[in-house]
Design a protein around this ligand. Structure first.
Ligand SMILES: NC(=O)c1ccc[n+]([C@@H]2O[C@H](COP(=O)([O-])OP(=O)(O)OC[C@H]3O[C@@H](n4cnc5c(N)ncnc54)[C@H](OP(=O)(O)O)[C@@H]3O)[C@@H](O)[C@H]2O)c1
Length: 296
């Protein structure tokens, strides 16, 4: 695109030149059929989040953290349409980039981070309690571990053996998933498990959560929507009326925590933007720990 063709931000909008774009499972789920058919989603504009430099600021455009200027390094969290080189979006979704994180890490913070933050609010975990996190080494899981540990919560996290050292480094107690998970969790939590956060959605993750947590309002899933409805526990994300408010309230706190070096984002791999399809294919198979990032 030549300079003359640059999109012009309307009042309240900002134009960002993207440096890195976060890839999330929702990106391929939108077209894979995993979410069912929904014509209202068309046309698809893939990409929830990214990081970049402000090229132009529309009239009266201020972000949640204050005024925005040309040249600012920012996180852009439009929710859709971030798979692009230049993005126009409302200033409400533009945040200062935490300098403690790289461009790539900044691009992968918001979707997983706000999801993890909502799980903390809904499970209501407090200092001294034990939280079971299924998929603790994943994009969402590893941020949930960090948020919970920072509150003084004891975290038991399920993961493949190869991720156990990583989880110990974050302050969690790792446990392998698979047959016998319930008894392994009980052995690690002699005082009981107050709450569970499922980022995996398998029957095993749900059944073990139901077995070890007494209060179903403190069991939260982001994947097992059918089981949540059937078994009376909480699904967060699309369809939950409280999700938008809770996640919106969490955004600035995440940026500040990351800026203060209190929240780390693990990047697994980067791909050129042109190879987004390859990134999606790899993300659907067993893959290295951390976020996949596209570079425009
Ligand atoms: N509802 C929402 O609002 C919302 C928001 C964000 C994400 N999500 C969904 O949440 C899921 C996780 O997203 P993510 O970005 O965290 O994905 P991710 O980074 O790929 O992490 C998934 C984790 O699941 C673990 N895992 C794989 N098979 C497992 C099993 N059988 N038992 C236990 N753990 C297993 C893997 O850990 P190991 O390598 O250790 O096996 C991996 O770290 C996706 O389905 C995504 O669509 C929903």
């Amino acid at each position: 695109m030549s300079e003359e063709e640059l999109p012009v931000p309307a009042p309240g909008q900002v134009l960002v030149e993207m440096r890195a774009i976060g890839v999330n499972p929702i990106d391929y789920k939108l077209y894979s059929g995993a979410l069912g058919a929904n014509e209202s989603r068309l046309p698809l504009h893939l990409g929830a989040e990214g990081s970049g430099v402000v090229l132009e600021v529309g009239a009266n455009a201020a972000g949640p953290a204050g005024p925005i200027s040309v040249g600012d390094e920012v996180i852009a969290y439009p929710g859709e349409g971030a798979y692009t080189r230049r993005l126009v979006l409302p200033a409400d979704y533009v945040f200062p980039r935490p300098k403690a994180l790289s461009w790539e890490q900044s691009a992968g913070l918001m979707l997983a981070g706000t999801t993890a933050a909502e799980a903390m609010v809904v499970t209501g975990v407090v200092d001294g309690e034990t939280l079971l996190i299924h998929g603790a080494a994943g994009g969402v899981g590893s941020l949930a571990v960090q948020l919970a540990v920072a509150k003084g919560v004891t975290v038991i996290g399920t993961a493949a053996e190869s991720n156990h050292e990583f989880l110990r480094g974050l302050g969690a107690i790792p446990v392998v998933y698979g047959d016998g998970l319930e008894s392994r969790v009980r052995a690690l939590a002699p005082n009981g498990v107050a709450a569970a956060f499922d980022t995996v959605g398998t029957d095993e993750a749900v059944d073990v959560s139901l077995a070890v947590v007494a209060d179903r309002k403190r069991i939260v899933t982001i994947v097992a929507f059918g089981r949540a409805q059937r078994d009376g526990f909480v699904a967060i994300g699309a369809g939950n009326p409280d999700t938008p408010r809770i996640r919106k309230a969490a955004r600035l706190g995440l940026v500040e925590a990351a800026g203060a070096g209190k929240l780390d984002v693990v990047v697994a791999k980067t791909f050129p933007l042109e190879e987004a399809a390859r990134a999606h294919a790899e993300l659907q198979r067993p893959h290295p720990r951390g976020k996949f990032i596209l570079i425009p």
